[in-house]
Design a protein around this ligand. Sequence first.
Ligand SMILES: Cc1ncc(COP(=O)(O)O)c(C=O)c1O
Length: 357
Amino acid sequence: MINVTKTFLPPQSEYGSILTRAWNSGWITNRGELVKELEERLKLRLGVSHVLAMTNGTLPIQIAIKALDLSGEIITTPFSYVATSSSIVWEDCTPIFVDIDPEHLTIDETKIEAAITSDTSAILATHVYGNPCHVEAIHTIAQKHELKVIYDAAHCFEVQFGGKSLFEYGDLSSCSFHATKLFHTGEGGALFTQSEELYNLLFSYHNFGHEGPEKIKHLGINAKMSELQAAMGLAVLPYMDEIISARKKIVETYQKGLGDLNLKFQKIRAGTRWNYSYFPVIFDSEAQLIKVQSALNVADIFPRRYFYPSLNTLPYVMPSSCPVAESIAERVTCLPLYHNLDIGDVQRIISIIKESL
Ligand SMILES: Cc1ncc(COP(=O)(O)O)c(C=O)c1O
């Protein structure tokens, strides 16, 4: 069976020897040496100012909203995973959906200003499949209207834009280290910010609001990454160059093999060093997508309709119209892409798509 993705598992002995350190210290959570080491290694590798490891990639978004003290309306994208919108609603704010740019698939920055009201407190946008939003335009709009900016950068491990980590844009960025992501800790995630003051606030929010062991400064939650998760991250990290270059080869094979068909691909924004995290293809119609998907399924190959459905159609948000996102969500699927996907299998996937079109 070929799934849309497959988790990279480091040699078990390497994971085991890192775990031995937790066994030796008897310390398996509450920011032991492994979490701290992972954060330091990420800081160096990614070139970021502050990183706070967390237990998944959803709580960071919720904590970001809480720590920035957001309320009222948050402008967001309908084309993302449900965690982006659900975090807004979970924090008692109202998502206001702005349609997407059909080429880059990120929020359409030219439509943001029209959606701003006196109730707007922030923009929460997703860098879709690791492709950056128009961060400069969003920065200018946010400055003009005094709005905070959060980026859901769940897919952006190792992505650079304008020569620096994409995590360094906005007030803060969240990333997911879920097992299906490019870099992973099983379950896991992180928040990134350039502000030390904000980092300190996020730190206490992710640890029950503690300021020292005996003082609770404000509301908080438990979003701490465990030592067991960090050990996985430390074991995966040395393989990242290898993983990314294997994925690059697969993406280039897809691009070459599918390039002459009537399919649309996401346009990667100029100035980006991308990470080859997903390979979305956009069909002419949903019927065509379903036809191709069925042919692949018969061959035991399972792409994933990701992102689907368009988030402005969720049952718990105010109905609104986002024709571009709705249309793309109906026609997009992500093809299998992972470090050890055989190039022969990639060619087979290409042939099945060609035949069924
Ligand atoms: C865009 C986006 N945001 C947030 C998340 C949530 O991350 P996690 O599953 O680590 O909580 C995901 C996970 O798939 C995602 O794709």
